[in-house]
Ligand binder design. Sequence first.
Ligand code: NAD
Length: 507
Amino acid sequence: MIKSEFNTKTLTHFIGGVMKPGRSERFGKVYNPSTGEVTAFCPYASVEEVNETIEVAHSAFAAWKNTTVAKRVEVIHRFRSLLIEETERLANIIGLESGKTISDAKGEISRGIESVDLAINAPHMLKGEYSVNVGGNINSFSMKQPLGVVAAISPFNFPVMVPLAMTSMAVACGNAVILKPSERVPNSALFISDLWKKAGLPDGIWSIINGDKEAVDALLKNPKVCAISFVGSTRVAEYVYHEGSRNNKRVASFGGGKNHMIIMPDADLDQVVTAFLGAAFGSASQRCMAISAAVPVGKATADAFVAKLKTRVLELKVGAYNDNNADFGAVITQESKDSVIKYINESLEEGAQLYVDGRNPKICETEKGFYLGPTILDHVTPDMKIYRDEVFGPARIVVRVNSLDEAIELINNHEYGNGVTIFTENGSAARKFSERIEVGMVGVNVPIPIPVGYYNFGGWKRSKFGEGHMFGPDTVRFFTKTKTISERWPESKDNENKAEFSFPSNQ
Ligand code: NAD
């Protein structure tokens, strides 16, 4: 598409410390999901532009690697302060381009700052090991060194939190980072770039390359990119994992999820319904850890749960990102809205029962935003498409089971294993569930069990590919390589001229 067709802001890349216009003549539309209007054009980088950015990052790397870790962390401290100072503006940008409410956007910024906090601990986390006199005057030690140029490819649904989680520790460890944000939310990433610059990060250590598959493929192919951190849909996560690994890169690749909430007969249903509402519909259900399926155990629990839920769901308010009374906002695009409606319609043909219908919310006569109200479908079964797929919008389902064992089996048979939670007052049920469930992040009476920034994050099964990590302590391992040194300073030169041909032993 040629941008001059439209009288709208044209965005840039951020390369070598400056905002750089795109040269490819390929652009994508960026929407305000709350109004349906196009607000900007995002340049889609060519292979040549990506390769040039990698060269800039590669040239900047050596000096940053050799900067003391204390100086690197000073920059990160300043970046953290700027994120806090600019939270209001940044939340507004996130809301404008993603549709999520301002309070939700502020929540994501504060969770993103947890990763920056962890990066401030880099001096401690980068420490190596040291062993004295492992054999004949030899000391052994190990050190962690940065990889070089590393790339992060992020999704639309957390325009700030996920990029911060993927990159803060990478920068602290001394790497040069290239972020390819989602083409649907490029403004937030460009705004962060300004903060890095103001914080004193040297030019070339943080770059933004905007684009689509062409840019991603160029990052996956270029041999100077040492590691790829990816977050997005499972289809693309799997592709990025295989392509990146095939090209000898380290890859941490995070995909989608289908997160269940088990409701045991002894659970406090008022508490459960309150927890379900926020976890299921917050951010218009566009969270990889959103609860998508309620799994009440027993008919009495299910009937009581849906009855209580209906009253509360009908009170939810959908609205523009800057409407302070809105519980959640619009979904990201018209295509996304259409896809959710299609899932609802197909499930009805397959026999699901429509309990609350959010397909045609009444927001405001003039609004053309991509709004969907909350939908609840009951009597959904595991063979239905709406159960099998991740549905990224506010259509939530109830799958009824008769026992905890049946609930565990249901969840363990699902292809995704990102998050799960159980609501119960019975400790032994909770313990059995936590131990047997095949899911990476588990909650007990906690609706969205996203670990805090200093724990590792990640799903199992087809929610994550590879062993690399996005945040938490394991990120340090992901963004560094370990070197082990054996060092000998003999006290005398006796025997120095005698060659030793047997394998070195420490006897
Ligand atoms: P997406 O897969 O469409 O896009 C993610 C990134 O991949 C974007 O930068 C995009 O430009 C790029 N991309 C898209 N298609 C590509 C292709 N064919 N080849 C190469 N690159 C491509 O995901 P999205 O819609 O932006 O984000 C929502 C998805 O992300 C959901 O599935 C959600 O569950 C998942 N997600 C997962 C986590 C997690 O931690 N597991 C966190 C947030 C979001």
